[in-house]
Design a binder for this molecule. Structure first.
Ligand code: NDP
Ligand code: MG
Length: 388
């Protein structure tokens, strides 16, 4: 029985984790939940799961929830609450499914307090991989990927030595604008960007998938998880999203992990690892009805975010921190209708170029660097050069 703290329980990933815990009550007990502000759904989850502790980051919603549930369960609030919850002693596993860099510190605290981490929050490793991976090693704790590409690689590796690996290939659907030309990309709307052809996900990652920044963040995530240099991590566009990623070994063999495009499989694999859980028939891919599978190179000129992520990853230190925060802010502006789609990479590139480089930022320095990058993006977006 794994005792789980779940951060981001009201999100796209979080709800699947709750479903799985409900489907396999002998395997999992969710003892803590954290959300940003959706206390309506949190309340339903509290009634269903009966956790001991919850955290609501939004201070007003948190205070209100604490008043109503006084004496019945421990209610924490704010970013500090999120960290304290991650460090709480009642669990052995943290599932981190919040969106954004806010996930970094709780991951750190969970490892520090001796928990394994099942990681959906890719921003954790993008901003703080250099702190998180050594900490996991020191604490002898595992970080098990939930992201479908990294789960695929993890499943293909299956404990083999990395000495046998030539490279890994992360697949990308190419997003909704794969076949758009540059001119068409200038006019895409928020609604179009939020309409992913294959996956149903939260809003931020859906926009990241449209710009290919999601794949860029995943390249950096893979670098930290699997300890490979960037020239041994490739991206291949595979619009059908049936192959979730591949590993090429030194003898040339390629192992691929395939499955339906549903996060239940990688989430259940992470939760149950090293076992597998029996999932319903609808999760079983029928090869005989499969359409043609196709593969191509990503166009990094048309989608500069992927190039920017490789560059930031190779630069290391604070560069991915700036890339990630600038991206979070630019995507937020785009979703607010204050920035065009095509300007997202322009603002990110400018922020990365202007930032002061720090070769190994600690947690506090990451927060400062991130804050500066966000301000820079907001200011640049306001200076009139950018269309909305
Ligand atoms: P969603 O937007 O659907 O959900 C985000 C969750 O995080 C919500 O529960 C939200 O709470 C919570 N949250 C947001 N900000 C905070 C905060 N400051 N403090 C506490 N909780 C917070 O996102 P997804 O589920 O799509 O994605 C989550 C993470 O998983 C991301 O890093 C994403 O890149 C990654 N991922 C997602 C995949 C997917 O299929 N969705 C696939 C692979 C990776 P509230 O509801 O109250 O706002
Ligand atoms: Mg992914």
């Amino acid at each position: 029985m794994k005792k789980i703290l779940l951060l981001g329980s009201t999100g796209s990933i979080g709800k699947n984790v709750v479903n799985l815990a409900g489907m396999f009550p002998d395997h999992f007990k969710i003892v803590g939940l954290a959300v940003n502000s959706n206390t309506e759904l949190l309340e339903e989850q509290v009634k269903m799961l009966n956790p001991q502790i919850v955290c609501i980051t939004d201070p007003d919603k948190g205070a209100d929830f604490a008043r109503r549930f006084r004496g019945r369960l421990t209610v924490m609030t704010g970013d500090r609450g999120l960290e304290e919850l991650a460090a709480s002693s009642d669990a052995d596993t943290l599932v981190n499914a919040v969106v954004g860099e806010v996930g970094l510190r709780p991951t750190y605290r969970a490892l520090e307090s001796g928990k394994d981490v099942l990681l959906a929050n890719k921003e954790t490793l993008v901003a703080g991989g250099h702190l998180i991976m050594p900490l996991a090693e020191r604490m002898k704790r595992r970080i098990i990927p939930i992201d479908s590409e990294h789960s695929a690689v993890f499943q293909c590796l299956d404990g083999r030595s990395m000495d046998e690996v030539r490279r890994i290939l992360l697949t990308a659907s190419g997003g909704p604008f794969r076949d758009f030309d540059r001119q068409a990309l200038l006019n895409v709307t928020r609604e179009q960007a939020l309409n992913h052809p294959r996956w149903k996900m939260g809003r931020k990652i859906t926009v990241d998938s449209a710009t290919l920044m999601n794949k860029g963040l995943e390249v950096i995530e893979a670098h930290w998880l699997f300890g490979l240099p960037y020239d041994r991590i490739s991206v291949v566009v595979h619009p059908q999203s049936m192959i979730h990623s591949l590993v090429q070994f030194i003898d040339g063999s390629l192992l691929a992990q395939m499955g339906v495009t549903d996060m239940m499989i990688p989430i259940s694999y992470a939760m149950a690892w090293p076992e597998r859980l029996p999932l319903k028939h609808k999760y079983h891919l029928d090869m005989q009805t499969l359409e043609d599978l196709s593969f191509s190179r990503p166009d990094q000129d048309k989608f500069p975010c992927l190039r920017l992520a490789y560059e930031a990853g190779n630069h290391g230190g604070s560069a991915p921190v700036v890339l990630n925060s600038a991206n979070e802010e630019a995507v937020a502006l785009f979703l607010e209708g204050r920035l065009s789609f095509a300007d997202i990479p322009v603002l990110i590139e400018e922020a990365v170029k202007k930032a002061v480089f720090n070769p190994a930022p600690d947690l506090d320095e990451i927060a400062d660097i991130s804050c500066e990058a966000r301000i820079r993006v907001r200011e640049a977006a306001c200076d009139g050069r950018f269309v909305s």
